[in-house]
Design a protein around this ligand. Sequence first.
Ligand code: NAD
Ligand code: 022
Ligand code: ZN
Length: 369
Amino acid sequence: MKTRAAVAFAAKKPLEIVEIDLEGPKAGEVLVEIKATGICHTDYYTLSGADPEGLFPCVLGHEGAGIVVDIGPGVTSLKKGDHVIPLYTPECRQCKSCLSRKTNLCTAIRATQGKGVMPDGTSRFKCDGDPVLHYMGASTFSNFIVAPEIAMAKIREDAPFDKVCYIGCGVTTGIGAVIWTAKAEAGCRAIVFGLGGIGLNVIQGLRMVGAEQIVGVDINSGRKAIAEKFGMTHFVNPKEVEGDLVPYLVNLTDGGADYTFDATGNVTVMRQALEACHRGWGQSIVIGVAPSGAEIATRPFQLVTGRVWKGTAFGGARGRTDVPRIVDWYMQGRINIDDLITHKLPLERINEGFDLMHSGASIRSVVEY
Ligand code: NAD
Ligand code: 022
Ligand code: ZN
């Protein structure tokens, strides 16, 4: 069949909207009509050529929602008509990682997903007869996709695609970092570095668990109002602090925070986040993805005195189990997604979505098909 897609033909070139060919689903795969997709950082990271594993040509996009329109042989967990969110972190429930209960990093299709192909080693997309690669097992910048059934979360049918697509990455990562990675508890004090599409979801996760103090740190003071709406209690712009930021934050949180979160991807900020933790028990969660090859540093004394440095992928969420629950929370009004979707674009204008993200003008842009 044909599908309309925004294709990345080469690094640093704008996406091109073209009709490409899509082969039907093979064993264990499903064909999904994508109804909406969010534009997230790592799509641009790959397009910019900064990602050493970036593959071309490829159909980017990893944050979406849609409807199953066909299933391949042997598919048992999904049927035609099911509403789904594609998962860049799948959940097979059978690999060593899934069975361990200690991580959400399923390894069932990891090797092929990273190479931009389906588990049989080939791509379902073609353009003028040449293969076009998949991206993070999702490729939501295409109106139709094929993906493994273990990489699809089945969600309720009354959920609006143009909102719940954001649960495919940003919402789950931010809220999950609080509840599954940090396991933050009511009454805690927390600091969130970076109040963008991820950090604002960390803030609403902290509000959900009943945090006592939620400090937001951002060099863009324009983020203060929206962060307050989501539950931030104190705002700090590092550019306006006299002297060192870390002692200022330690003082503000009465000895340091119980939990801190890096949602910037900046390794200097990651160090500040660790060192702003409370002596003896503070935990710092790295969410931001740093530039390739970057390293983090601190004095080991910080760890010897009880601070804990952790990281999270997709908020520690087990996709097929946890994503439908987050959709329920949205439908019950327990979380706010609408106010974070600041821009809506047709596929033809998808490149503008990257510009809006860079200038800081958008929190999240969504493309509806
Ligand atoms: P964003 O651009 O929307 O937000 C980043 C925010 O950080 C901006 O508001 C910016 O002003 C602020 N900032 C930049 N430098 C700062 C500094 N020195 N001090 C304080 N604030 C600073 O980005 P996002 O979509 O929220 O993503 C944040 C990071 O999370 C990215 O690195 C992204 O790749 C990563 N991410 C990780 C996962 C995961 O599973 N671990 C998932 C999604 C995104
Ligand atoms: C999503 N991310 C950033 C912005 N939006 C993002 C990027 C990478 C990861 C998670 C979220 C990530 C963390 C750890 C891993 N990845 C490795 C997982 C593993 O090896 O098991 C990651 C993931 C997928 C891909 C690459 C790296 C991929 O499909 N190419 C989850
Ligand atoms: Zn993302």
